[in-house]
Design a protein around this ligand. Sequence first.
Ligand code: LLP
Length: 419
Amino acid sequence: SVTFTYQSGQLHAESVPLSAIAKQFGTPCYVYSRKALTAAYQAFDQAFAGRDHLICYAVKANANLAILNVLARLGSGFDIVSGGELQRVLTAGGDPQKIVFSGVGKSQDEMRAALAAGILCFNVESEMELASLNQVAKEMNRIAPVSLRVNPDVDAKTHPYISTGLKENKFGIPMNEAERIYLTAALSFSHVHVTGLDCHIGSQLTELEPFIEASDKMLALLDRLEKQGVHIEHLDLGGGLGIRYDQETPPSIQNYVAALCRCLDNRKQRLLIEPGRSLVGNSGILLTRVEYLKHAPHRNFAIVDAAMNDLMRPALYDAYHDILPVISKTGECMTYQVVGPVCETGDFIGHDRKLNLAKDDLLSVMAAGAYGMSMSSNYNTRPRVAEVMVDGDTVHLIRARETVEQLMAPEKMLDEHHR
Ligand code: LLP
């Protein structure tokens, strides 16, 4: 990582030592770098090299208002999947005209809110959803701009839980029905207006080839649609570019964008993408502290204060995250199972890590900016952790650590007379 580096034997976020952050804000704590986030956004933006484009950050990867606001200030658009994410983007100063709304199960309330806000496009995933949107738009006396999300049936070659573009996945409209539904939309639905074409094949892709295969299929469909008089203003190729967690060698942002632009060739459509992980993943780490060491006959356990509720990816996908000591040490390493305090065997942060540890040591769980905090929960009544953003030598608290009082506040016991 270029942002999280050792300086004088101590891991820093930009120019702030992580130990200072632990001291001021406590652990566990998510630490993000404004510089890393900005650099990733600009890498995408510049790679388009003058082609008409819109980068729609996939909010689900990390929905913190400060992250959204930094991106909004850079001119980013947003890919949302709920009314909640819409509200966050609007609060963070996002431009409604740069919002696309994805997801298989948009409710009519969510559609109403997005229509009222005046978003750029609804990525519609079924014929029934199209009818529902048409009805809502009609009631509001509006025209809903739509793309159909088409399932191109390509193998993203990623973890099955995060692969979305195979015909057996729940996502999108089957390729062979797309033309009929596009024509239906144009002819029979008075309050939707077809503006785009959309796909998303999966996440954490480490090869270009599935992206190219999907783009080619989408462009062939686009050409057929244009021939039938369905005008497509933009092509949305989704997100999915992977990052390096372990030994993966994903394409660079530059090569990825260049490949998409090559597929589009000299077509005039505006190109949209919906990157999540590749924008925020390497911009954040999870800072944690060793509570106890336990040396059982066959295994050594390092019990840290972060757990599966704070970072779910290892438990859910058996995902790998590097774990680095905040203060680099010489001396002998042992092989540790790095685990959290939650009462489940699946509660681990990393298996078989060679570390030299003592009680109270600080550890940094790397590449935790995407799908870390956004997937966290309060399991075991653990308040969600603090989030900070480093900007040069300044540290901003961007989400206070929750309190147990806050967790209990919405709850209510039965009245006393209900025996
Ligand atoms: N667009 C759509 C329609 C999506 O469903 C997703 C992610 C994205 C864009 C952004 O994909 P990205 O660029 O971040 O790969 N929780 C999993 C990842 C789930 C991704 C779901 N959809 C994980 O922690 O690996």
